[in-house]
Design a protein around this ligand. Structure first.
Ligand SMILES: *Cc1c(COP(=O)(O)O)cnc(C)c1O
Length: 427
């Protein structure tokens, strides 16, 4: 049993619900207290007892340049010295928007907010407001933040209305969210045939990260685009995770799928709280103050978030940082594949760009039902062995791991060595 953080977790639990400020951090799926982080540096994080870990969580995605990147830190220091919030327009917001648009030309107009949740929630309200329709379609296993309309599970049986996936979400609201299995165009078509006239939009993670990395099958995204066009519904690509992770221009470029609205978060804020939604100018014109869909934020477009975002996007654009991250990720994935094949380990690795998940399941994963076939006991044992070796991965089978631009070949090699040693023991 690893002792890491146990006393600290006890103290935290006295005052913080569940000892954490976001449930995924609690390590519940592993059954040990979470590691308490003191600081980060490049590809590493250090716990409160100065133990060093190679970080594959990267704050759940944002830290693609690693921790404390000198240029990001410098930009932040400069921004702090000018004042941390004004609640008034700053030039940095325009500069940041131009950069986002450079990577995502489909975002003709945009609005900055403070989190991915806020951005998806606002995009859903906008889709409803702009179309005058009530229903939205999402996919099982996709996570779009914790807004009420999106914390919805499939009803029992095919083609049933959605049900709340959290206490406190009203069934009256959840029934307007329909769900389909990821990669299942037949169900999508059936839903459109039944509810198409009342469907405001379809929201999807174009590559799913939130059930572990699951790729869209050829034709899936194009099929969603087609159905939306046939029925006048809006296609919302939730690229909060994939935005600068599957490729610099997101999954929409990688899979050639043009959305009506895009949602970004995580990397776009360079490690500070920031989200953004945007898309077709005629749709965005419905957002206040131009239009009648209300959405606002005291800290939206915050100067620190803009400073961190601008420098992060500039480094990604000019310094080949993304290619570095992708190369290291590829090396890791190829290495893991070789290990699980040569040791006949019942596992599958799935990845794209700088994201990867090792599923403890021998077959490829195409949807949530597949993902749930994973051997969670095996995952737990593996996880604890990796943590002991100083390798910090997402503490759940159903999450993505990330590689940054500053992970070194030595980091990748030592990770592979630890995985190989572990796999020699798996039967
Ligand atoms: C993380 C995430 C969100 C929510 O973002 P927060 O900043 O945590 O609110 C939404 N959608 C996707 C795809 C995500 O990965």
């Amino acid at each position: 049993m690893i002792k890491v953080g146990s006393d600290l977790f006890g103290a935290a639990s006295d005052v913080l619900v569940g000892g954490v400020n976001s449930p995924a951090r609690a390590f519940k799926a592993i059954g040990i207290p979470p590691v308490f982080i003191d600081r980060g540096e490049g590809p590493y994080i250090y716990d409160t007892e100065n133990r060093r870990y190679i970080d594959y969580i990267q704050s759940w995605g944002p830290m693609i340049l690693g921790h404390c990147h000198p240029q990001v830190s410098e930009a932040l220091h400069r921004a702090v010295d000018k004042g941390t919030s004004f609640g008034a327009p700053t030039v940095a917001e325009t500069e940041m928007a131009k950069r986002v648009q450079g990577f995502f030309p489909s975002m003709e107009k945009m609005r900055f907010v403070s989190s991915g949740t806020e951005a998806t929630m606002s995009a859903i309200r906008l889709a409803r407001g702009a179309t005058g329709r009530r229903k939205i379609l999402k996919f099982e296993g996709c996570y779009h933040g914790h807004a009420d309309s999106l914390l919805v599970a499939a009803g029992s049986g095919a083609l049933t209305l959605g049900e709340p996936d959290s206490k406190g979400v009203l069934a009256d609201l959840a029934q307007h969210t329909l769900t389909a299995p990821f990669n299942d165009l037949d169900t999508v078509k059936a839903i459109f045939e039944r509810w198409g006239d009342d469907l405001a939009g379809v929201i999807v993670e174009p590559v799913v990260g939130n059930m572990g990395v699951v790729l869209p099958q050829p034709g899936f995204l194009a099929g969603l685009r087609q159905s939306c066009d046939d029925y006048g519904a809006l296609l919302i690509l939730d690229e909060v995770m994939t935005g600068f992770r599957v490729g610099l221009n997101g999954a929409q470029a990688l899979y050639d799928c043009k959305p009506d609205l895009t949602v970004l978060g995580k990397v776009v804020g360079g490690g500070l709280p920031c989200g953004v939604y945007g898309g077709r100018a005629d749709i965005m014109a419905h957002v206040a103050p131009e239009g009648g869909v209300y959405q606002a934020g005291t800290l939206s477009g915050n100067p620190l978030a803009m400073a961190a975002g601008i420098i992060t996007l500039d480094i990604l654009k000019t310094a080949d940082a993304f290619a570095m991250a992708e190369k290291q990720c590829q090396q890791l994935v190829v290495g893991i594949k070789e290990i699980i094949t040569s040791h006949s380990v019942p596992a599958t690795i799935q990845s794209v760009g700088t994201m990867w998940t090792l599923f403890w399941c021998p077959d490829p994963i195409h949807n949530l039902t597949d993902a749930k076939r994973s051997d969670l006991a095996q995952f737990r044992t593996f996880y604890k062995a990796m943590l002991r070796q100083g390798i910090y991965m997402a503490p759940s089978q159903f999450e993505a791991n990330f590689v940054s631009a500053v992970h070194t070949e030595e980091n990748i090699d030592s990770t592979l060595t630890a995985i190989r040693t572990y796999c020699q023991t798996v039967r």
